[in-house]
Write a protein that binds this ligand. Structure first.
Ligand code: TMP
Length: 212
């Protein structure tokens, strides 16, 4: 049984990741692939419990290190119980956020030393890095404006504009450092145009049955 492929969708707030992850999952399934759509923090029962802790509006202000440790604890559950078994059985995995979110949020935006995140990543993720990471790029201001139309904000949505600008720069820097894994896509485009750009990038980088 050939191992499945692992695709992550990343980006700041209001970039439309969740919608695009769902559209990509449907498009790949329509091409005959067995696809699991999942998300972080979350994607496994223990990880969803940690998600509730992390995103509760009344959460205490965690230190960046504690916050990263919680995200990696959730990620460990997610890898052990969801991602690795799926990939091993030949299924494709489309994941809304993964380790790049920790680098961007806790590293670039909250100032946690990158070496710490790299060590945690080696321990928890090991060789199971994504085959392809789609970075949905949107400027901080239009991203935040879109969020306002989305309903109840989570704790991270409420951070200031400078935080979101550091975040965006972080994601772009991650993409520059790993061009073999990452593709940056302009997320200011309308939903259907963005979906097509994402699907084209997946078809170009990975072997998709039925191609374009
Ligand atoms: P969302 O994916 O529904 O937007 O919410 C998840 C929030 O958690 C988002 O604001 C980003 C944040 N986050 C981190 O700060 N670090 C991480 O490692 C992950 C996966 C998410």
């Amino acid at each position: 049984m050939a191992r499945g492929r692992f695709i992550t969708v990343e980006g700041g707030e209001g970039a439309g990741k969740s919608t695009q992850a769902a559209l990509l999952t449907q498009a790949l399934a329509a091409r005959g692939l067995d696809v699991v759509q999942t998300r972080e923090p979350g994607g496994a029962p223990g990880a969803e419990r940690i998600r509730s802790l992390l995103l509760a509006p009344a959460s205490p202000p965690w230190s960046a290190l504690s916050e990263a440790l919680l995200h990696f604890a959730a990620r460990s559950e997610h890898l052990v119980f969801t991602i690795r078994p799926a990939l091993k059985s030949g299924r494709w995995v489309v994941c809304d956020r993964f380790v790049d979110s920790t680098v961007a949020y806790q590293g670039y935006a909250q100032g946690l030393e990158r070496g710490i995140i790299e060590r945690l990543s080696r321990l928890v993720v090991g060789d199971d890095m994504p085959d392809l990471t789609l970075i949905l790029d949107i400027a901080a201001e239009p991203g935040l404006a879109r969020l306002k139309t989305r309903g109840a904000p989570n704790r991270y949505d409420e951070m200031d504009l400078a935080f979101h600008e550091r975040l965006r720069e972080g994601f772009l820097e991650i993409a520059r450092a790993a061009p073999e894994r990452c593709v940056v896509i302009n997320a200011e485009a309308p939903i259907e145009v963005l979906h097509r750009a994402i699907l084209d990038a997946v078809i170009e980088r990975l072997e998709v049955p039925g191609g374009a």
